[in-house]
Design a binder for this molecule. Structure first.
Ligand code: AMP
Length: 216
């Protein structure tokens, strides 16, 4: 089973490319952000515990994240119907990455590639500030550059943490906590320049997928 890690600032397109791997190649897409938001929506104890942290743009504790990830991986392995798993937004700290290395090792899996979606702060703010999400499917749109079709518009939501101030804060958290993964994953690292247009990012990613044959 292929194991891929995607990391990069908000708005770099990693969620979109992870979704592409899911749609085209039947990958399991594990977004820790989506999993946490689902907990908040369901009103579970965990959801209540993490709601304010997510909305502030800070990170949820490593212990909570690792437990969620562990449960999900074990379920996916048991189901045994996917060529790979793409981790979107996990790991996000060096401690998470180390614990993840150990977890993979303990279940005889290895990380194939860590894909770094490189993006500057200004572009992150610009892309995220107009972001709208279809609450039924999690499909992502942008008010100006990629408006949702009319029939989707009643279902659009804007995330609490998607305003410019919070995006700035999330970018800082990203620089402090997540950027060090570049060094941690230096042997498996692939970098995508995400300052390009969304279509160009997709093309670069698609070329990468085909050159690495990570679709099988
Ligand atoms: P995302 O959807 O990836 O932008 O994540 C939204 C929020 O969920 C983040 O700002 C964090 O509060 C939390 N979160 C998601 N993934 C992680 C993670 N791996 N570690 C800690 N917090 C996370």
């Amino acid at each position: 089973m292929n194991i891929l890690v995607f990391f990069g600032p908000a708005g770099s397109g990693k969620g979109t490319q992870a979704q592409y791997l899911k749609d085209e190649f039947n990958y399991s897409h594990l977004s820790t952000g989506d999993l946490l938001r689902a907990e908040v929506k369901s009103g579970s104890d965990l959801g209540i515990q993490v709601k304010n942290i997510i909305e502030s743009g800070d990170l949820v504790s490593d212990d909570v994240i690792l437990q969620i990830i562990k449960d999900k991986i074990l379920t996916i392995i048991e189901e045994n119907n996917t060529p790979g798993i793409v981790f979107d937004g996990f790991p996000r700290t060096i401690d998470q990455a180390r614990a993840f290395d150990q977890l993979l090792n303990s279940i005889d899996l290895t990380l194939n590639h860590a894909v770094y979606f490189d993006l500057a702060l200004e572009t992150s703010i610009q892309r995220i500030s107009g972001r709208q999400i279809d609450s039924r499917t999690n499909m992502v749109y942008h008010k100006e550059s990629n408006p949702a079709p009319i029939d989707v518009q009643p279902y659009l939501i804007t995330r609490e943490d998607d305003n410019p101030e919070k995006v700035k804060h999330r970018y800082q958290v990203y620089q402090n906590e997540t950027q060090p993964l570049i060094k941690h994953y230096s042997d498996q690292l692939l970098t995508i320049d995400c300052m390009k247009s969304i279509d160009d990012i997709h093309q670069l990613f698609d070329e990468l997928v085909h050159s690495l044959q990570i679709s099988v």
